[in-house]
Design a protein around this ligand. Structure first.
Ligand SMILES: [Zn+2]
Length: 113
């Protein structure tokens, strides 16, 4: 079974262009605060109208939810994309000790994998 981070990455690759661009901006600006990070559930707060994003794996299928209008309609919105990129960045770098890189003041959330 795939990891939730892999499933999220695959889904984000299929997101609409506008959501990808906006989501990337949000992620780089440090708007994403990952709240929970577990093998079946990832939640985050995105500081763009205070959106709340949730990714969940149910029976091997990725489901997501966001409190914004697009997200409530079932779209993979910019907040979901931003969260996906944040997840990808963290899982790519989980070997690095600490989070003291001067260029990544993006998020202060501490994630224990
Ligand atoms: Zn949203």
């Amino acid at each position: 079974m795939k990891q939730i981070a892999d499933l999220i990455g695959l889904e984000a690759d299929r997101a609409a262009e506008a959501a990808l661009v906006r989501g990337g901006e949000l992620e780089r600006s440090g708007a994403v605060q990952l709240v929970r990070f577990s093998p079946s559930l990832i939640t985050a707060e995105v500081d763009d109208g205070a959106a709340y994003v949730e990714f969940r794996v149910v029976d091997g299928v990725l489901r997501w939810y966001c409190t914004c209008a697009e997200g409530r309609g079932g779209a993979l919105c910019a907040h979901c994309v931003a969260t996906a990129q944040s997840v990808r960045r963290r899982t790519d770098r989980k070997a690095s000790p600490g989070m003291s890189s001067p260029t990544s003041s993006a998020s202060t959330a501490r994630i224990t994998l």
